[in-house]
Every structure is written in structure tokens, then in C-alpha cells.
Design a protein around this ligand. Structure first.
Ligand SMILES: *Cc1c(COP(=O)(O)O)cnc(C)c1O
Length: 375
């Protein structure tokens, strides 16, 4: 078998496929002279809100800012505990910490790798203010159960949708059962720009209004300020995202087809393959398999040696991070066995709409080749 190079990302191919439209959108913004809080941003915000079937979308500088500004807007801060998961990108917990609150980790369901909704209630204390489910790898968490628990205990819910734009649950849409949805537009996300970006999408007028003020130095009227920050989605990025938003459903469908092809082809390996909850639309931001922890680095090295840029999401869970800054010495280490198993065994295979059938097949063939060496 001839050696190939299989990239982990497809954004350059995506740019080349849409070059004319994207270049035109960029020129239009540059010619307009309006680069910050301009018409391109307003237009994208309207399109994004409509895409989610929610009332408001507010563009900010990153997914991390979307989270912490949503927390600020909802009054989540010092003294509050926020329930989330530890097998996510660091930013989920980081944003809780930046808002001044304390992340409290609940273990995950070993099938979906999303929050184990049967373990949420035992983590609730009088200080609990909110639940932040993460729609990991592109599959929504069980929002029906999360919102039922939240209503019962009078808690806020903020969805971390950075990996799951365009996904849906069996009986719920994203954003339908929460106070706010936060998403990211960094390059590699399913809807990504050529840099950083994020948004808060919500039905709540008060939350949208507060995030709008917070992202702009606490200012509504020029020169009049309350407390805030500088976190705006630039018009250049908004214009690029408007072009790309038109393609997101088709791209997510392509990701789903590729995922199905991986899953069919890898059936006879020893790998644990992604699980799709019945009736859910998983949009495969990542296609993550799990291997035995002691074999993980060997398999990764084998794939990388074969030219396949496989990665891990996430090999060190947040509570295992040395730099985990919010854990007091007196706090007991949380018990998160499923989270830790996921961290120890996960491998992400190349997954993006521009991945070719030949690249997918080559990756599958290399995995079989490696399995044969394992006896
Ligand atoms: C990417 C990501 C974020 C952070 O988004 P940035 O735009 O990089 O700040 C937050 N949560 C999850 C789950 C992510 O994947």
C-alpha cells in the first residue's frame, strides 16, 4: 500500500472550495470600512439566531468568552457551583472559573461520553447555581433529563455547543431547553472561521441584552460605560461565517456519512466505536474511538508513522490537569472513572467533510494492519 498523508483538518480544502464566495465577502467588508459591530456582524447574528430557531444571537470573540459572558449575564459568579463534565476542552471549566464560580464535575455515561444524568442530583448542593452540559464530539447531551433536574432544583442551564452546531436530540432542539447556548467558531469547529470567534444564542431577551453590553466595554451609548469587557466578533469573521453557515447542514450530513463508513468498516476491530443515541443527530465534530489504554500510544504512533494525523480529545481530563487552578488542597479528588477511562483510551481519527473516501479507506486499512500485529 502506497504511503498517503491524511491531515486532521480540512479547512484549507474548504477555503479552496468556497474561495470565490469567501474572497468576495472579505472584500465587501474591507470596502465598507465597517469592521467592528458593523452590518456584516448584525446580518450574521440574525442568520445564526434563525438557524437555531432562537430569538437572539450575539457574536463574541471566542467560545470561551461566549461561556463566561453568558455566565456573567446570568448572574453566575463567586460563591456559586456549576455542574459540568471533565472530559471536555479545558475552556468549559476555565470559563466557569473566570466567572468566579467553581466547576463541579460529574462523571460521564460510558456509551455517549456525555454527562451521566443519573449522577447530577447527587452533586447538587445549596450553592449549585447552574448545569453546563457539553455536547461532546457533536452529540447532544440528554437535555430532556438535564432540564427536568434543573427545573426541579431551580437551576440555570447553559449548553456548551462548541462541538455540536447543527446537532439535535431525539425530541429536543439545541437551545430549546436551556437559558443560553454557547458556541465557538475557531477554525476547526464544524462552523469555523479563519481565526477566533464565538456566539451566545438564546431566547432570553435579558441575557442577549446583557451579553451585548458586556462584550462592548459595558457600553450601549458611546462614552457611557458599566462593567464589561472587549469581546466582539469582527465583521470580517462574521462575513466569512455567513458564507459558511449556508453549507453547515450539507457538511454535517457529509460528516455523518463518513462516520457511518468508519463505523461499518471498523466493526471487526477491537476498538470501541462511537455510539449514536437513538433518534439523535450526532454531527461528528470528532470521530473518537477508544482502545485499551496501554495500547493507545502505540496505535497513535503507528498511525502517525503511516502519515495519518490522528489525535486525542482529550487525553488529560480537566480534574487531572496539573494546572487545575481552582482545586483547593482540602478538596477531595473527584471520582470520575468513566471520564478517566475515556481520557486514557481515546483516539480521534481524521474527520471533516472534505476527507476523501480514499483517505478514509487508507486509515481503516492501517488500523487493520496494526490490529494484525497485535495477535
Ligand atoms: C472549542 C471549545 C470551546 C472553546 O472555544 P474557543 O473558541 O476555542 O474559545 C469550549 N468548549 C468546547 C467543548 C470546545 O470544544
Amino acid at each position: 500500500m502506497a504511503q498517503m498523508t491524511v491531515s486532521f483538518y480540512g479547512h484549507v480544502r474548504q477555503y479552496h472550495n468556497l474561495k470565490k464566495e469567501i474572497d468576495a465577502a472579505i472584500s465587501q467588508v474591507l470596502d465598507s470600512g465597517q469592521y467592528v459591530l458593523g452590518p456584516a456582524l448584525r446580518r450574521f447574528e440574525e442568520e445564526l439566531a434563525e438557524y437555531f430557531s432562537l430569538k437572539h444571537a450575539v457574536g463574541v470573540n471566542s467560545g470561551t468568552d461566549a461561556l463566561w459572558l453568558a455566565f456573567m449575564a446570568l448572574g453566575i459568579g463567586p460563591g456559586d457551583e456549576v455542574i459540568t463534565v471533565a472530559n471536555t476542552f479545558f475552556a468549559t471549566a476555565e470559563a466557569i472559573w473566570i466567572a468566579g464560580a467553581k466547576p463541579v464535575f460529574v462523571d460521564t455515561d460510558p456509551l455517549t461520553n456525555n454527562i451521566d444524568v443519573t449522577k447530577i442530583e447527587q452533586a447538587i448542593t445549596p450553592r449549585t447555581k447552574a448545569i453546563v452540559p457539553v455536547h461532546l464530539y457533536g452529540q447532544p447531551a440528554d437535555m430532556t433529563a438535564v432540564s427536568r433536574i434543573a427545573r426541579k432544583h431551580n437551576l440555570l442551564v447553559v449548553e456548551d455547543c462548541a462541538q455540536a452546531i447543527g446537532a439535535a436530540g431525539d425530541s429536543f432542539k439545541i437551545g430549546e431547553l436551556s437559558d443560553a447556548v454557547c458556541t465557538s467558531f475557531i477554525i476547526q469547529k464544524n462552523l469555523g472561521t479563519f481565526g477566533d470567534g464565538g456566539a451566545v444564542i438564546t431566547n432570553r431577551d435579558d441575557v442577549a441584552e446583557r451579553v451585548r453590553v458586556l462584550r462592548n466595554h459595558g457600553s450601549v451609548v458611546r462614552s457611557v460605560h458599566s462593567m464589561g469587557y472587549n469581546s466582539r466578533l469582527d465583521d470580517l469573521h462574521a462575513a466569512i461565517l455567513s458564507v459558511k453557515l449556508k453549507h453547515i447542514d450539507e457538511w454535517n450530513d457529509k460528516r455523518r456519512q463518513l462516520a457511518m463508513a468508519y463505523t461499518e468498516n471498523l466493526q471487526d476491530t477491537s476498538l470501541k466505536l462511537p455510539y449514536e443515541a437513538p433518534g439523535y443527530r450526532h454531527v461528528y465534530h470528532l470521530y473518537v474511538v477508544e482502545t485499551e489504554p496501554e495500547k493507545r500510544s502505540a496505535l497513535l504512533e503507528f498511525l502517525q508513522g503511516a502519515g495519518i494525523d490522528a489525535k486525542c480529545h482529550y487525553p488529560i481530563a480537566i480534574h487531572q490537569q496539573e494546572g487545575y487552578p481552582w482545586r483547593q488542597p482540602a478538596d477531595p479528588a473527584p471520582s470520575l472513572p468513566n471520564t478517566e477511562a475515556n481520557a486514557a483510551g481515546c483516539i480521534s481519527l481524521p474527520m471533516y467533510p472534505e476527507l476523501t473516501d480514499a483517505e478514509l479507506q487508507y486509515t481503516v486499512d492501517k488500523i487493520y494492519q496494526w490490529e494484525q500485529t497485535q495477535g
